[in-house]
Design a protein around this ligand. Structure first.
Ligand code: GLC
Length: 540
């Protein structure tokens, strides 16, 4: 029998460590906090964790600005805590991937501190520089091009007085981009990868992979009408350069040289799924998985969902493997994006998303708190942390709202930290109703819906690896598809509308799970009326 790699059948759960569980009572989540909640994750039924950065960092971008790749920020714990975390995760039969942020470092990273000190410093060329003064005429030069610093809405070329140069920083001014064309820098980054693989990390989520290499001629980007997230530029020169694929192949070779079971998941920061898919190379030589970001932007429409899913499957290389996610730390939570006032409808919509995520062909990635339907918090300007939130205010583009503390219980501070402590971001005021403890005690809750779906995936091979075909591509608000495996056949019917809808069942079926029907119930062939927002999984 063909062995299937674990990352194709696993369900991943993303943890934003600042917000998961605070064990030190300073209002910020930490590694021991995560360890204390591993059994919770096991009881839910997830298989693997992606943990956002907890490395040494001045926190200008809350950990996505790293000043030491091989040490832990004291806010989160110690190196010992992290080795214990890996051990405890593996002890429970789970896997774990870390965040690999190697497009840029922090400006506090010793590499950059050295690099910026003098043009003759051996590390100078580890970053990307342009002279501010014309060396022949002695006159000031214009900025090299129109590339944007995304989080500050400024030009991305930043002053460095010591060398009379600009360095490139396309996020904040504190995140200088490294020069991937320099072989020593490349080797230093590969050492970082080895460091963590040697500590038995099961792989990486790779931050903004498609930004690694920039146009050699530093040409300006042309205009685009797309605002979010492209900010009026077609990023043809500062992203997606062909040489990036060489780096992906090298990193793949490096991880494969371990034991072939480590995984690379790329954040390809684009909405064009074809570009995202291209980072899987021929399906076996670049990244194992690439995120499809479009899923984080689309609106509530069965047709749009069907179109996006179909396009994603079509874009992937023959032996490539899909993955799906509806929420992460950069985009508003889907409970808010797809939110409605009516509480029953809200629950049913979240059940639809959960069923979709966990029954499509591809590796599902959940975001902490989605299992209880956590919503975005409207963080007031005075309490904002996210640099992009402050820049774009009052436009609601900040990311604090989706990063608020996990709602564990109805205790003060939602059980995230002790009462009396001020959490680093405000907790949603719905926490007394929406929390893990309460939902675990209620068999009709969203938490139990996720748990059941996760269990069903484990016992139904067709959902993990079976073929996929559409039954209904969103016409009349119904999205339906079939998963056919070696041993079983499952169909999924999702009614995206708040009205009843009719579908036709070609044969008799049995309910596996439904939000309006009893499990095991038999449904005869013929007309089937779906309730408003019904999510139904049936077995043939
Ligand atoms: C990625 C991360 C985001 C971060 C940015 C810069 O998009 O997901 O959180 O701010 O890269 O590292």
């Amino acid at each position: 029998m063909k062995t299937i790699p674990w990352w194709q059948t696993a369900v991943f759960y993303q943890i934003y460590p600042r917000s998961f569980k605070d064990s030190g009572n300073d209002g910020i989540g930490d590694i021991p906090g995560i360890i204390s909640k591993l059994d919770y994750l096991v009881s839910l039924g997830i298989d693997a964790l992606w943990i956002s950065p907890f490395f040494k960092s001045p926190m200008d971008d809350f950990g996505y600005d790293i000043s030491d790749y091989c040490d832990i920020d004291r806010i989160f714990g110690t190196m010992q805590d992290v080795t214990l975390l890996i051990e405890e995760i593996h002890k429970r039969g789970l896997k774990v991937i870390f965040d690999l942020v190697i497009n840029h470092t922090s400006d506090q990273h010793p590499w950059f501190v050295e690099a910026r000190s003098s043009p003759d410093n051996p590390k100078h060329d580890w970053y990307i520089w342009q002279p501010r003064t014309d060396r022949e005429t002695g006159k000031p030069r214009p900025k090299p091009n129109n590339w944007i610093g995304m989080f500050e809405l400024t030009n991305a070329w930043r002053d460095n007085d010591a060398t009379d140069e600009w360095f490139l920083g396309t996020f904040t001014q504190h995140q200088p981009e490294v020069n991937w064309r320099n072989p020593d820098l490349k080797n230093a980054m590969y050492d970082v990868i080895r460091f963590w693989l040697d500590l038995h990390v099961d792989g990486f989520r790779m931050d903004v992979v498609n930004w690694y290499i920039k146009d050699e001629k530093l040409r300006s980007n042309p205009f685009s009408w797309r605002v979010n997230p492209d900010i009026f530029q077609k990023h043809i020169y500062d992203r997606n350069q062909p040489e990036t694929h060489d780096i992906c192949r090298e990193i793949r070779g490096l991880t494969d040289s371990y034991d072939g079971s480590r995984v690379l998941v790329g954040e390809i920061f684009v909405r064009d799924v074809e570009i995202a898919a291209s980072y899987q190379g021929n399906g076996n030589d670049e990244l194992h998985l690439a995120f499809n970001m479009e899923m984080l932007y689309i609106r509530w429409s069965a047709r749009v969902f069907a179109k996006t899913i179909a396009r994603w499957y079509a874009a992937l290389p023959g032996s490539g493997w899909p993955n799906f996610t509806f929420s992460n730390h950069d985009q508003p939570r889907h409970a808010t994006r797809f939110g409605v006032r009516n509480e029953d409808h809200q629950l049913a919509r979240m059940q639809i998303i959960a069923m979709l995520l966990l029954t499509l062909r591809g590796t599902p990635f959940m975001y902490y708190g989605e299992e209880i339907g956590m919503k975005n918090v409207r963080v007031p300007h005075s309490e904002m942390s996210d640099p992009s939130g402050k820049t774009f205010w009052p436009l609601p583009l900040g990311r604090d709202g989706q990063r608020t503390p996990m709602q564990w219980s109805s205790a003060e501070n939602a059980g995230f930290t002790e009462s009396g402590v001020l959490p680093w971001l405000p907790i949603h005021k719905n926490y007394r109703e929406v929390n893990a403890e309460k939902q675990q005690a209620d068999p009709g809750s969203l938490w139990h819906w996720y748990r059941k779906l996760l269990a069903i995936r484990k016992t139904h091979e067709e959902l993990r690896t079976g073929r996929f075909s559409f039954i209904k591509k969103g016409k009349n608000s119904v999205l339906a598809f079939r998963r056919a495996g070696e041993t079983g056949l499952i169909e999924c019917y999702l009614n995206f509308s708040n009205r009843k809808k009719r579908v036709g069942l070609p044969v008799d079926v049995q309910v596996v799970l439904g939000n309006f029907r009893g499990e095991q119930e038999k449904l005869p062939a013929g007309r089937l009326e779906l309730a408003p927002y019904e999510a139904l999984l049936v077995k043939i």
